[in-house]
Design a protein around this ligand. Structure first.
Ligand SMILES: [Zn+2]
Length: 883
């Protein structure tokens, strides 16, 4: 067959891209700054924190294996002052030590050449205890019950901050044993990766010595200490504990039970039992906002670990389970086997996200884990169904492949994004459903057994899965992990019961995107019949024997990471068959339809006519998909004269569901009804629905007198609606309640409500809280993003942030530093703001922020274009909508 020259060139380009397959793990060839001639094998570290001035002093002895003769030692250190050094027992003059702050390196010139073999390095140093979650940090908090102001310590090292705690070879492939000793006040509990080996009184405190870890990466070290309590149980030989500040450990009961269930599941799934003697889940009341998989000592921001049966919502319960399942999966994927370099971060994060969801869904089918949108809604990310959020970003020009080159520390910290986590997760789910659950698990067991206590690249995982499945997994996977974007498959009916499928790259706001091709593990079925699979390896494929009058659905259950566009005839048949489709397939059609509207492939009516034809149901995922879309448009239309009209239309779509649910739970309602009631109230309140607003105010008044009168599920939405329409008196009341409570969940609800206030005077009052001392640092800084999104005044939020940027950035951790300022622009839909961001970035932001700036610029442009297009279609939409 003749191929036109241009097409041939394109094909060659595509082929060369996909075939740039990486090699299995090889220590010498692993990227990084540190020379590979010297390898640390054992660290003995002793740290003495000084709580008076938030500094610490420390010393360490590092056993080194020198693989070939060297004249200098190069290791990582940051914001540490080296006070003494010796090598093999001989002192080194301080002039022999060079500190490069920019490269975060320490270079020690040796008095003479080091021969190959074993050596020992001893260092004495001092460092600082940070306010934000970077290296060793302190947290101030109110003690449960007494309300007394207390302080405690914690660490956060991933990606590259272990080097702020002790000088080390701080790259993941340099595995070593770590033995930590710390000096803390006598009434403190100290926790690290391993159990306590000994304790002895020293001065007015005590010295705690922890057992040595197995060989692991430096970023997995942990140290937490304070006035802490714990509860515990066992799973086989493993002691499991939940640790929290004094008085709160019992709130860890749910987490303890969940951890036991999850640990047993993984012991079986991975085929290698959890290898450490203990596994702690540690709740910390500030410092950072998420959770961190330190081996044997996982840290969590308190609200994603502690559950109060009287006062916590069902959504909190679910997010606790999901986060624990994600973090515990890392004990194998990440800790026992670690990615060789940050370019393969997805091996940790995509896998833990997939495994955590799989385990959560296994034990809690009622939660519709694969369908549910993200919880809790994170103000720094576009809300949406997890897979959808990743696909939205992946369609833009600013996306990147799952595997991307990482040269600097800042790039490593920026790699923690939706593509790494959610596209990674989504691809693994598609691959598992293609290879089969049992075959996939067999491949994972081979992988863990072959690489335990070592490092890997993505190629090692594909090799294990290829052996288990006898399929060339690496070839299928390359297109998904090594090139950006994802495919759109178009469906076209032809004569003789044939259906032609064509793939192209799906893009949004991205002109002249380079064309790409994927090996797509397609699933399809004639509705009502058994699904079939097809590995689509070329630009087109043909399905035979599809009756012309029967509906055909591709991407069964929406498990695949691609979109499907049907020709008119196929779409009509599918819409008619809607009531017979499962909820997963309906949500998949809705998500694809909305994506086509957003990128301008279809008019808005495609989506809205579809949802008007949905069978009456109160299915959570389906309704939340709609709420998500309406929320997004409602936010986009702030300040537009068309907003009121849209709100009326949107209310007419949501009210029937809420009326069926009612304000008060019914004894026999579906398990998800509570969650849907909460999202409906929040959405209708946002849409200015007078009855909902009045209902929320009434319940708030009652709640003030009797907090138990408002069910935990409804607190967040009711308070948010009250906050949105608050006058100064109500604002003050909410603020007073927030100041007083020691429950992190209640506190969060009150401050989130403050962030919703739309009165500019109150918006400014809320923003000022970000600079005060009343919220944990990680929450204080996100208050600004919340205001930008929820108040409808991103302009006031940005003015405030610009004026106070230095103070705000002092509270941001490493992962957030590059994206903080640009992220505040993603709530604008006005082109003039793009220029403002460009100018601001040029003058104020480091080079490492460039990708985040590009994403924000793209988002502003996308929102501006989409808003205008949507407004022009609105009249037809509303008048055409007969309900
Ligand atoms: Zn993770």
């Amino acid at each position: 067959m003749r191929v036109p020259l241009l097409a041939l060139l394109v094909l060659l380009l595509i082929t060369s891209l996909v075939e740039a397959v990486e090699k299995p793990f090889n220590f010498n060839e692993t990227p990084g700054k540190l020379p590979k001639e010297v390898v640390p094998t054992e660290y003995a570290i002793r740290i003495i924190p000084n709580l008076g001035n938030f500094t610490f002093s420390g010393n360490e002895i590092v056993k080194l294996n020198v693989r070939s003769p060297v004249r200098e030692l190069v290791l990582n250190g940051l914001e540490l002052k080296i006070e003494a050094a010796s090598i093999d027992g001989k002192d080194l003059p301080l002039t022999a030590i060079r500190t490069d702050n920019q490269k975060e390196l320490l270079t020690l010139t040796l008095p003479s050449e080091f021969s190959a073999g074993d050596h020992a390095l001893t260092l004495r140093f001092t460092g600082k205890i940070n306010q934000q979650g970077q290296g060793l940090f302190y947290m101030r908090y109110q003690e449960h019950g007494s309300g007394a102001r207390k302080v405690m310590l914690g660490t956060q090292f991933e990606a590259t901050d272990a080097r702020r705690f002790f000088p080390c070879w701080d790259e993941p492939a340099f595995r070593a044993r770590f033995q930590l000793s710390v000096v803390v006040p006598e009434n403190w509990l100290a926790v690290s990766n391993m159990p306590i080996e000994s304790e002895q009184k020293i001065g007015d405190g005590k010295e705690v010595r922890f057992a040595s870890t197995p060989p692991m990466s430096s970023y997995l070290n942990v140290f937490v200490a304070g006035e802490l309590d714990s509860i515990e149980s066992r799973v086989g030989p493993t002691q499991i504990r939940v640790i929290a500040t004094k008085g709160k450990a019992e709130l860890g009961r749910y987490a303890l039970e969940a951890s036991a269930e999850i640990l047993k599941y993984y012991n079986d799934y991975f085929g290698v039992p959890y290898p450490l003697p203990k596994l702690d889940q540690i709740a910390i009341p500030g410092g950072f906002g998420g959770a961190m998989e330190n081996w044997g000592g996982i840290t969590y921001y308190e609200s994603v670990l502690l559950f109060d049966p009287q006062n916590s919502s069902a959504a909190t319960k679910q997010s606790i389970y999901e986060v624990i399942a994600h973090e515990v999966a890392h004990m194998w994927f990440g800790d026992l086997v670690t990615m060789a370099w940050w370019d393969n971060l997805w091996l940790n994060e995509g896998f833990a996200s997939w495994m955590g969801s799989k385990c959560t869904a296994h034990f809690n089918p009622q939660w519709e884990v694969w369908l549910a949108r993200e919880l809790p809604r994170d103000p720094t990310r576009r809300s949406g169904i997890a897979k959808e959020a990743a696909m939205e970003g992946d369609a833009r020009s600013t996306t990147h492949p799952i595997q991307q080159p990482i040269a600097t520390e800042a790039e490593a910290n920026s790699a923690f994004d939706d593509i790494t986590y959610k596209k990674g997760q989504s691809f693994l789910r598609m691959l598992e459903s293609f290879l089969g659950e049992a075959v996939f698990r067999d491949g994972i067991r081979r992988y863990i057994a072959a690489h335990k206590y070592s490092n890997t690249t993505t190629a090692d995982l594909w090799n294990a899965l290829s052996e288990a499945s006898n399929k060339s997994v690496g070839e299928i996977a390359a297109g998904w992990t090594e090139q950006p974007g994802f495919p759109l498959v178009t469906v076209k009916r032809e004569a003789d019961s044939r259906v032609r499928l064509t793939q192209e790259r799906f893009t949004a706001n991205f002109k002249n995107a380079p064309p790409l091709i994927w090996q797509i593990p397609l699933t399809y079925s004639v509705v009502g019949e058994t699904p079939a699979t097809l590995l689509m390896t070329d630009k087109t494929a043909v399905l035979e024997n599809i009756p012309a009058d029967r509906p055909l659905k591709l991407n069964i259950n929406g498990a695949g990471n691609y979109r499907v566009e049907y020709d008119d005839r196929s779409w009509e048949l599918l819409v008619k068959a809607l009531p017979t489709l499962g909820v997963e397939d309906r949500v998949n059609l809705m998500s694809d339809a909305w994506a086509f509207v957003q990128v301008g492939r279809s008019p808005a009516s495609l989506y809205f006519r579809l949802i008007e034809k949905l069978p009456a149901s109160i299915d959570l995922a389906e309704r939340e998909q709609i709420i998500n879309v309406l929320d997004f448009v409602n936010g986009l239309l702030v300040g537009s004269s068309e907003r009121e009209k849209f709100q009326g239309y949107a209310r007419s779509l949501l009210r029937p569901t809420f009326e069926a649910l009612g304000w008060v739970p019914k004894p026999d309602e579906l398990p998800n009804a509570g969650r849907l009631r909460a999202s409906s109230i929040s959405a209708l309140g946002y849409l200015n629905d007078p009855e909902t607003i009045a209902g929320c105010r009434e319940r708030f008044e009652k709640y003030l007198g009797d907090p138990a009168s408002l069910s935990p599920d409804l607190r967040a939405p009711v308070l948010a609606v009250v906050g949105r329409y608050a006058d100064e008196k109500t604002w003050n009341k909410l603020h007073e309640l927030g100041l007083k409570t020691t429950s992190i969940e209640d506190k969060q609800n009150y401050y989130n409500a403050l962030a919703c206030a739309t009165d500019p005077k109150l918006v400014k009052k809320t923003l000022a809280i970000a600079l005060a001392d009343e919220l944990p640092t990680s929450r204080a800084i996100f208050l600004v993003s919340r205001v930008a999104r929820d108040s409808g005044h991103p302009d006031i939020a940005w003015e405030f942030a610009k004026t106070n940027m230095k103070a705000l950035l002092a509270k941001v951790d490493a992962a957030g530093a590059n994206r903080y300022a640009p992220s505040l622009f993603t709530f604008f839909s006005d082109d003039s703001r793009a220029d403002e961001l460009r100018n601001y970035a040029k003058k104020n932001l480091p080079h490492a922020s460039a990708p985040e700036v590009a994403k924000a610029l793209d988002e502003i442009q996308f929102r501006a274009e989409f808003r205008d297009r949507f407004v022009s279609q609105l009249p037809a939409l509303i008048h055409g909508g007969v309900k």
